[in-house]
Design a protein around this ligand. Structure first.
Ligand code: ADP
Ligand code: ASP
Ligand code: MG
Length: 424
């Protein structure tokens, strides 16, 4: 067997934890498995490094803004390059420490970083996409009997610049390496013992899910369940990588992420997610003519800002309002760009709102069952929670509500759809 094990930040937070990861790697190797390990930076380290750069540029040590990417203090390619060069070191340190810890226990291990991994990406610093993996070096080390410890979260572009894969990107490193090496399993070892019906830190009676489909996991990850980075699930689905999310603290079985199985559609709602890091932008009274939304999208895509929900209201007297959401740490840039637009030569009136969050319910059963939206809205109404925006897809319903009601809405939907109950 070839096993990829990914240890997240909390699993390598202290030297003691690193030693216990080393023991776990050695146990797998003792079973006769070839072992490739991917590590994150020690918990808090990536934030610390980003804050240092912020302090240098802005004069104050801000903790990084919340969002899916490494947020630079300055949007120049030069600054972004250096930021990636710096934040990638967090993973370099933990990979080397884990390799030393394995050697200390009598095992053979070698750590590899960025270029040594053969992981090539595009040039979007802070959010780079993987272009390819040349696993020759890793395979050579495995053939020599080494446990190969890879620094997660990083690659190099075609010119050899260090790039990073976005917050939580070590998950993606692990799945990509598992795909390239045709590993039998990619274990994501973390501080929870699996994927739950919702974040167990917010809803303590959430239930662990034994098996979940790629499609549902993809939705949950993109809707705020931070247990896996979205791209890692996309890659797992595309290449059929078997992913097992489990805790690094003991041997309990976790959650398997698998292709859809026939009985899965009988479950209406599998999970509920809360995304706090969204903000809302409204353009008031823009001309109700074709091309308004196109213009907004064009400028957002130039800036690399991912627009999420969009609503264009029915127009009245030739004017209309357009509302959309963006990641909260992109709000200021988005606002400035939108204010710079002209609609029929008139600058738009722009209203922004950070005090929102998005709650989503996900389930394959929504494809074939009616009435789930009605039930969700009734549950929210019973708690007097006002719904500001709605969007749906085949297997999910998302609503935007005031931030203040986020956790309440999450609990109400979670419990209203019976997710805290033991499985039938
Ligand atoms: P790591 O540092 O190991 O990558 P993360 O903090 O990125 O770990 O992800 C694990 C966390 O994800 C858990 O501690 C939990 O609070 C959160 N989480 C959010 N939604 C879920 C969910 N549906 N199931 C399990 N964990 C979740
Ligand atoms: N250390 C990086 C982060 O904090 C990547 C990861 O942990 O997966 O986002
Ligand atoms: Mg993570």
């Amino acid at each position: 067997m070839l096993v990829v094990q990914k240890y997240g930040g909390s699993s390598v937070a202290t030297l003691e934890r690193i030693r216990s990861c080393a023991e776990r790697c050695l146990l797998a190797a003792a079973h006769g498995d070839r072992v490739v390990v991917v590590v994150s930076a020690m918990s808090g380290e990536t934030n610390r490094l980003i804050a240092l750069a912020n302090e240098l540029v802005r004069g104050k040590a801000e903790t990084p803004g919340k969002g899916p990417y490494v947020a630079p203090a300055k949007h120049t390619p030069e600054h972004e390059r250096e930021l990636d060069q710096m934040v990638a070191t967090g993973e370099v340190v933990s990979a080397a420490l884990l390799a030393m810890a394995i050697q200390d226990c009598g095992g053979q291990a070698v750590s590899l970083v960025g270029r040594q991994l053969g992981l090539t990406t595009d040039r979007s610093f802070g959010r780079a996409r993987i272009l390819g993996i040349d696993a020759e070096r890793i395979e050579r080390e495995l053939a020599r009997g080494q446990i190969v410890v890879c620094a997660g979260f990083q690659g190099v572009d075609e010119e050899g610049n260090v790039t990073t894969l976005g917050r939580g990107g070590s998950d993606t490193s692990a799945v990509a390496l598992a795909a390239a090496l045709r590993a039998d399993v990619c274990e994501i070892l973390t501080d929870v013992d699996g994927v739950y019906t919702t974040d167990p830190r917010v809803v303590p009676h959430a239930r662990k899910i034994d098996r979940i489909s790629y499609e549902e996991m993809l939705e949950l990850a993109s809707l705020g369940a931070k247990v896996l980075q979205i791209r890692s699930v996309e890659l797992a689905m595309r290449y059929g990588v078997r992913v097992h999310v489990r805790t690094s603290f003991d041997d309990r079985e976790g959650t398997l992420i698998v292709p859809e199985e026939p009985q899965m559609e009988s479950i209406l709602v599998s999970g509920v997610a809360l995304e706090r890091n969204e903000a809302k932008i409204t353009l008031v009274g823009v001309p109700d003519v074709p091309g308004v939304v196109a213009k907004i999208f064009a400028v957002m895509s130039e800036l690399g800002i991912v627009v999420d929900m969009i609503i264009q209201n029915a127009g009245a007297h030739g004017h209309t309002d357009v509302t959309f959401t963006v990641p909260e740490n992109e709000l200021d840039r988005a606002r400035t760009a939108i204010e710079g637009l002209r609609f029929a030569d008139v600058a738009p009136t722009v209203v922004t709102d950070r005090e929102i969050c998005k709650i989503s319910i996900v389930g394959l059963g929504m494809r074939t069952h009616a009435g789930i939206a009605a039930k969700a809205f009734a549950l929210l109404a019973a708690e007097s929670i006002n719904v500001q925006m709605v969007s749906t897809s085949e297997i999910k319903i998302s609503v935007v509500v005031h931030e203040r009601y986020g956790e309440l809405a999450l609990r109400v939907l979670h419990d209203g759809f019976g997710l805290g109950d033991p499985p039938a």
